[in-house]
Design a protein around this ligand. Structure first.
Ligand SMILES: Cc1cc2nc3c(=O)[nH]c(=O)nc-3n(C[C@H](O)[C@H](O)[C@H](O)COP(=O)(O)OP(=O)(O)OC[C@H]3O[C@@H](n4cnc5c(N)ncnc54)[C@H](O)[C@@H]3O)c2cc1C
Length: 384
């Protein structure tokens, strides 16, 4: 295993870093911090996303490579840049690997320009971990499919104009063999979007209802009835969490700054053995999570990513996220529960925001139990 970056890749990181340092400042930074109050993740700014599209950075994963895309993502996380998150890496990767030439030509530039924005429509009220049990139907009718069903916990459901939807196209075969993936527009008749604001994860989460919705057959991505396999491969991409590693690296730096600057009874907090011990432990964990995720990025440049790599990376990172939120809360003490808008808040209310987001970390994109199942089966070869 060797995942050293080339000089060109390092230059790219520097260029992105310089750009964010310069652009995410002043009034724009203040706006961003106000928007982040409800969510650990940054909001999406169409104007800012457009600027990044013009720089050619949005579709880096498929225009230049997985490593370049990951460099961009880590920097976005670190700088908390307000960029649409799901677009390029998850859906772009699916279209690129299994889409037709016409679909690549149509969708990839629009994903890269930010014109098409994406919600994830997998989970349903009756299925989450056991996703293959999904019941949303897509029935062919001429050159369209007619959708009926419901999705829930769709991140960016209220703000995106498309959703990647897993729907049942065949009821005559075992459950995981009758699913297809669609890139469905959300602004068409029969789609109802009901906001599902979620603690710490912002207000753009939604339930999506499909009531005789007619989706063009062109929007079927990959082979009909093979969606389960496309989806499994896309989850392996989704579970490369290098962007979140950037978020936590930043949080670590801010906590270290805070303890250096803060005095209790005339003594610097940085000298408190308990505080030092907690921070050292979290620093190890964030670094391990970073390396796990780089291993997945590296593997992606060689071929399909082994599922247990991404499950280890995602599970370890997300459990680290929860411990980091707890550590921030303990270090900030009475400042910790204050929202960013309070004049007394420290670290712009990050401790409060991360603490609220913490429970969702080990649910979103597959629970810790499911990740451990993947590691046991796919990594250790244990029976189902
Ligand atoms: C913040 C957040 C964002 C999300 N974003 C999206 C999104 O954008 N799009 C989307 O489609 N979904 C999204 N989800 C939904 C998420 O993918 C599901 O919540 C998750 O897969 C778990 O499904 P469930 O909630 O139905 O729980 P269940 O599957 O009902 O699980 C309940 C409990 O049982 C355990 N369990 C279930 N099966 C097993 C098993 N085989 N072995 C061991 N333990 C098991 C689980 O670990 C869990 O603890 C999001 C969820 C959250 C919290």
């Amino acid at each position: 295993m060797r995942f050293r970056f080339t000089e060109e890749q390092q230059r790219l990181r520097q260029e992105i870093d310089d750009y964010f340092r310069q652009e995410i400042s002043g009034e724009f930074l203040e706006w961003l911090e106000r928007q982040r109050e409800g969510s650990i993740f940054s909001p999406e700014s169409p104007e800012f996303t457009q600027k990044l599209a013009e720089k050619g950075w949005l579709g880096l994963q498929y225009s230049r490579g997985f490593q370049e895309g990951s460099i961009f993502e880590e920097e976005v996380g670190y700088w908390r840049a307000p960029v649409a998150y799901h677009n390029e890496r998850i859906v772009g990767a699916i279209v690129q690997s299994v889409g037709s030439d016409e679909q690549k030509e149509y969708f990839l530039p629009r994903l890269a320009s930010g014109e098409i924005t994406i919600a994830l429509g997998y989970t349903e009220p009756g299925c989450g971990s056991d996703l293959a049990a999904l019941t949303t139907r897509a029935v062919p009718d001429g050159d369209e499919y007619v959708f009926n069903g419901q999705k829930t916990y769709s991140s960016r459901g209220t703000s995106a104009n498309h959703a990647i939807v897993a729907a049942r196209t065949n009821t005559e075969v075992p459950k995981h063999k009758g699913i297809s993936l669609f890139l469905a527009p959300l602004d068409i008749p029969g789609v109802t979007i009901r906001p599902l604001p979620m603690m710490g994860w912002g207000a753009d989460m939604a339930e999506l209802f499909f009531d005789d919705v007619r989706v063009p057959a062109f929007n079927l991505i990959g082979e009909r009835d093979r969606g389960w396999y496309h989806l499994a491969a896309s989850l392996d991409i989704q579970r490369v969490r290098i962007g979140e590693v950037g978020v936590h690296r930043r949080m670590m730096e801010e906590l270290v700054e805070f303890v250096k600057e803060t005095k209790i009874d005339g003594e610097s907090l940085s000298k408190d053995p308990f505080v030092r011990d907690m921070l050292a432990q979290r620093a190890i964990e964030v670094e391990v999570a970073r390396l796990f995720n780089y291993r997945s990025v590296w593997a992606a440049t060689k071929g399909p990513v082994p599922p247990h790599y991404t499950s280890m990376g995602t599970m370890y990172l997300r459990e680290t996220s929860q411990r980091l939120a707890q550590t921030a809360t303990e270090i900030l003490g009475l400042y910790a529960p204050l929202k960013g808008s309070s004049k007394w808040a420290r670290l712009k209310g990050s401790a409060e925001a991360s603490y609220r987001a913490a429970p969702g970390y080990t649910l979103a994109g597959g629970t810790s139990e499911i990740q451990r199942n993947v590691i046991a089966q796919r990594g250790l070869g244990l029976p189902r």
